[in-house]
Design a protein around this ligand. Structure first.
Ligand SMILES: *Cc1c(COP(=O)(O)O)cnc(C)c1O
Length: 292
C-alpha cells in the first residue's frame, strides 16, 4: 500500500526558540493525505499489507464517534478496495466524522461502552465465521502499526537531539523509539501524553526494553483526553497565525504547547535540535469551540 510519506520538514521560527538557542522543526505528516493523515496512515500501512497478504478483504476496527483512526480507515478502505466496518463506542449519533465514514462506505455498528471493552469478542460474535474479516485494534495500535511509524525517523536526513510526538496508545512513540534503537541514533524520543492519569501507557513500551531511548511527559494533558482549555485554544491560534500550520486541540496542539512550555523552563540545552512530528488529525478541528 503506498501513499507518499516523505513529508516536508519545516523550521519553526519563534523568538522563544531563538532566545533559548534551540532549533525546532516540524515533520509535516499532516500533509500525507487530507483524511488518511499523519500517524494514522503510518500505522495502517503495514496493517493493510498484512491484510492483503492474507487475502482478507474486509477490515474491522474500533473507535469513538470522533475517531481519527476510523476516519482514516474508512477512506483508506475505499481507496485501496477493502470493505470496512467500524464498531463505534456509545449510542448512535451523527457528527461530521460519522457522516464522512458513511460516505466512504464504512458500515457502522454502535455498541454500548461495556460491550465495547471486549473488542475481540465483538469481532468474534459478528465476524467469527467470515473468512475475509481482518481485525484491526483501536487506533491502529500494535507492532505492525509501530513498524510503520519507524519510517518517520528513517526519513530524517540529519540527527536530532529529541523527537517529539503526542501519545494516545503510544504506538507512534514506540515506532520512533524502535527506529532510534535500530539506527543507533543519539536521539531521545519524547512523548506528550494527551490522556490524564495514563501512566500505565508506559507498560506498552516497558516490555520492549527501550527505557533509555524515550521519555513520556504526563503533565500536559490540559484536563484529559479531548478536554481543552482556553490557554490551549489561544496557543493554537498563536501558533497557527504565526506559521500557517494548523494544530488540532486533541493531539498536536497539546504537543506543541508542551514543547513551548519546556523551552520556557530551559528544559533543552543550548544548540539542541528538536523535531516535532505533526501527526495529522486536523479533522478534529471541526469540533473546536472558540470563545472569541
Ligand atoms: C491517534 C492520534 C495520535 C495518537 O497516536 P498513538 O500512536 O495512539 O499514540 C496522535 N496524534 C494524532 C493527530 C492522532 O490522530
Amino acid at each position: 500500500m503506498i501513499l507518499e510519506t516523505n513529508t516536508p520538514i519545516q523550521q519553526l521560527n519563534f523568538d522563544l526558540f531563538k532566545q533559548k538557542q534551540i532549533e525546532v522543526f516540524m515533520k509535516r505528516d499532516d500533509l500525507i493525505h487530507p483524511f488518511i493523515s499523519g500517524n494514522k496512515w503510518r500505522k495502517l500501512k503495514f496493517i493493510l499489507d498484512d491484510a492483503m497478504a492474507k487475502n482478507k478483504k474486509h477490515l474491522i476496527s474500533f473507535g469513538g464517534a470522533y475517531s481519527n483512526h476510523l476516519n482514516a480507515l474508512a477512506c483508506a478502505g475505499a481507496t485501496f478496495g477493502f470493505k470496512t466496518t467500524g464498531f463505534v463506542r456509545g449510542e448512535e449519533i451523527s457528527n461530521h466524522m460519522i457522516e464522512l465514514n458513511k460516505l466512504w462506505g464504512m458500515e457502522l455498528i454502535f455498541v454500548d461502552r461495556t460491550s465495547y471493552k471486549n473488542k475481540q469478542e465483538l469481532f468474534n460474535t459478528v465476524f467469527g465465521d467470515n473468512e475475509h474479516a481482518y481485525f484491526i485494534d483501536e487506533g491502529g495500535a500494535g507492532d505492525l502499526g509501530a513498524k510503520g511509524c519507524e519510517e518517520i525517523v528513517y526519513e530524517l536526513n540529519e540527527p536530532f537531539d529529541k523527537i517529539f510526538c503526542p501519545v494516545g496508545t503510544s504506538t507512534t512513540l514506540q515506532g520512533i523509539t524502535q527506529a532510534i534503537q535500530k539506527k543507533k541514533l543519539p536521539t531521545i524520543a519524547e512523548g506528550i501524553c494527551v490522556l490524564k492519569g495514563a501512566q500505565e501507557i508506559d507498560e506498552n513500551l516497558k516490555r520492549l526494553n527501550l527505557q533509555y531511548l524515550y521519555k513520556i511527559h504526563y503533565r500536559f494533558h490540559e484536563g484529559g483526553y479531548a478536554k481543552t482549555t482556553i490557554e490551549l485554544l489561544d496557543f493554537i491560534k498563536m501558533f497557527s497565525s504565526h506559521t500557517g500550520i494548523l494544530l488540532d486541540q486533541i493531539y498536536t496542539g497539546k504537543m506543541m504547547k508542551a514543547v513551548f512550555e519546556l523551552a520556557e523552563e530551559n528544559y533543552f540545552s543550548a544548540n539542541s535540535k528538536i523535531m516535532c512530528v505533526h501527526t495529522g488529525g486536523l479533522m478534529g478541528l471541526l469540533s473546536i469551540q472558540s470563545n472569541k
